[in-house]
Design a protein around this ligand. Structure first.
Ligand SMILES: NC(=O)c1ccc[n+]([C@@H]2O[C@H](COP(=O)([O-])OP(=O)(O)OC[C@H]3O[C@@H](n4cnc5c(N)ncnc54)[C@H](O)[C@@H]3O)[C@@H](O)[C@H]2O)c1
Ligand SMILES: C[C@]12C[C@H](O)[C@H]3[C@@H](CCC4=CC(=O)CC[C@@]43C)[C@@H]1CC[C@@H]2C(=O)CO
Length: 387
């Protein structure tokens, strides 16, 4: 009798802990169907303990548990061929890799780029099928957005537009909020928030007709206060919030909205040394004498040094982000949030469940921990005392 209980308890402990891990990792959803299957497993457990020898009953129940877990985590997909999607920011990074992959899946891809002559645009032109169309669009220019909206409406009259992937985004500054010029906040907002929102709004009539998908690449920097990323993070916070709102506002129209919150990946935008060297120089040149006196040039140099050092943690393989985009577009049950990359679990656990002081210490240790500004550093002993 005891052995039977021990086997059953161990079996259920293994099954329920696997289920919990998959739910936490968003590998599966707690659907009514899954709950019914768990109920049937309980019934099977009771029947096998009552009528079957222990080894047979345990094997039968164990196999049933495995089948439930395996079935629950198989993410089913809808056919890709014939579906049209627009993806922005395909000159480099996630957008370029995703555009190529979506093309290989048989989708009709409209890939927007900042510059039709960019190396990335040329690479897509050379490597993709005739189903991929490159479109030039600067999200800060309303006329560009309107031109793309007209083009997409004209081109997708027959197929409809199945999906929009809002990938394009910028980060212009790596510095404390006080040191970040207001126009840098505005630049991030213009591209990452207003431009993306204007394009999304413009495509909603098509997406409502197709009951399609919206996938937006935001950032954990929009959920938590990464040091020196307030300008970028604020724009991503606004973007995440509006997409989270659209997720339930558009549900009655059958549109499914997903937000992807990637970890740190090595792309042209995140790890371009020349770009960040230029941005640091422009930031220093723009600093007022008062701020330069209060913080000191060494303060910014140190931040930049730590940022360059952090790049070694950036993941080179972008496939997990691309897979999240594909799942958001083609899964029968797309997730509301995707967290591709390393360390997102602990990061969000700390953010949600531990005191903010712990979270802030984690973010500084994980990314950038600014040194004391010049104005707060102890004066050397021989310096003249202020009267
Ligand atoms: N790389 C990371 O670690 C990381 C992490 C989290 C989120 N993200 C986000 O992922 C998205 C893609 O970033 P990435 O890392 O591939 O960087 P990236 O710089 O390689 O790609 C950004 C793309 O946006 C385009 N773009 C820039 N300004 C634009 C404008 N005004 N109008 C239209 N397009 C414009 C660029 O041409 C480029 O193709 C961005 O939204 C970024 O914020 C990146
Ligand atoms: C903000 C960046 C993208 C991304 O958001 C990164 C951040 C570095 C810190 C960091 C760690 C994470 O695990 C989540 C993403 C993130 C907060 C990156 C520094 C440069 C890069 C970009 O500039 C993207 O264009």
């Amino acid at each position: 009798m005891e052995l039977g209980w021990a086997c059953s308890s161990l079996l259920w402990l293994l099954f329920l802990s696997s289920l919990a891990v998959k739910l936490l990792r968003a590998d599966l959803l707690l659907t009514p169907g899954l709950l019914l299957q768990v109920g049937l497993l309980v019934l099977l457990q009771g029947v096998s303990r009552a009528f079957l020898p222990l080894p047979l009953g345990t094997a039968l129940t164990g196999t049933a548990c495995w089948l439930v877990l395996a079935g629950a985590t198989q993410r089913k997909r809808i056919p890709a061929v014939g579906r049209a999607v627009l993806i922005t920011g395909c000159d480099t990074g996630f957008g370029k890799v995703a555009a190529h992959h979506l093309d290989t899946l048989g989708l009709t891809v409209y890939a927007s780029v900042l510059d039709l002559k960019s190396p990335g645009a040329e690479e897509l032109r050379q490597s993709c099928s005739s189903r991929l169309t490159l479109l030039e669009m600067d999200l800060t220019k309303a006329e560009d957005i309107q031109r793309v909206l007209q083009f997409i409406k004209a081109q997708t009259g027959r197929t409809g537009l199945w999906g929009l992937v809002n990938n394009a985004g910028i980060n212009t500054t790596l510095a404390d909020a006080e040191l970040t010029p207001l126009h840098d906040f505005r630049s991030c907002m213009e591209v990452n928030f207003f431009g993306t929102l204007e394009l999304t709004q413009g495509l909603l009539p098509l997406l409502r007709s197709s009951q399609g998908r919206i996938i937006t690449i935001s950032s954990p920097a929009g959920n938590m206060p990464f040091p020196c990323l307030s300008g970028y993070g604020a724009s991503k916070a606004a973007l995440s919030l509006v997409m989270d709102t659209l997720q339930y506002e558009l549900a009655p129209w059958g549109i499914q909205v997903s937000v992807i919150l990637p970890g740190y990946f090595k792309t042209d935008g995140s790890c371009n040394h020349a770009y960040w060297k230029e941005r640091k120089a422009q930031l220093l040149a723009a600093l007022s004498p008062e701020l330069l006196e209060a913080y000191g040039e060494e303060y910014l140099e140190d931040i930049n040094r730590q940022f360059l050092a952090s790049m070694k943690f950036a993941v080179e393989d972008l496939s997990s982000v691309v897979e999240s985009i594909v799942d958001g577009l083609l899964s029968t049950r797309p997730l509301v949030k995707y967290y591709p990359g390393r360390g997102l679990g602990p990061m969000y656990f700390i953010h949600h469940y531990l005191p903010h002081t712990v979270r802030n210490l984690f973010l500084k240790a994980f990314f950038i921990n600014p040194k004391l500004p010049r104005g707060r550093q102890p004066k050397p002993c021989n310096s003249p005392r202020k009267q």
